[in-house]
Design a protein around this ligand. Sequence first.
Ligand code: ZN
Length: 162
Amino acid sequence: MEGDDLSFEYGHFLPWHRKCYAVHGHSSRVRVEISGELEGGMLVDFGAAKDAVKRVLEGFDHRLIASGKYAEQVGEEVLVRYEAGGGRFELRLPASRVVLLPGEATVENIATAVAAAVMGTMPSNVTSITLSLSEGFRKGAEVTLSGRGGAGAGAGGRLRAL
Ligand SMILES: [Zn+2]
């Protein structure tokens, strides 16, 4: 499934990257392919599945996505700190505006996190999903997650750069 409504905006940073070390944002478009066993002649209720994907994307929309290693929870807030490009970056945000990942906030890891969250909303007859996340011409990643409970990157996951 795809569509103008399957999109989200996010901020991120990659401290080691020549250009992307500074906090910046992207508009991402998402495409999801669902595979599995038919149940009652149906794979999924398309409308319900699309709503589930939209709800997952809302959880990432207009948030800072960052590696947990740069973040520290301070009460209801998250303090994000790192050094890059010869300077110090420090952000303090409400915890609800931050999504923390185990790894760096690369488009590959973001796609994997979104795919795992989408997989978690699918009925049990869905055995794999392929999710591509595109942020412009030839910039993006596609991840395939197979099997249930495969929330982690790597385990049953296959990645492709777009
Ligand atoms: Zn970026």
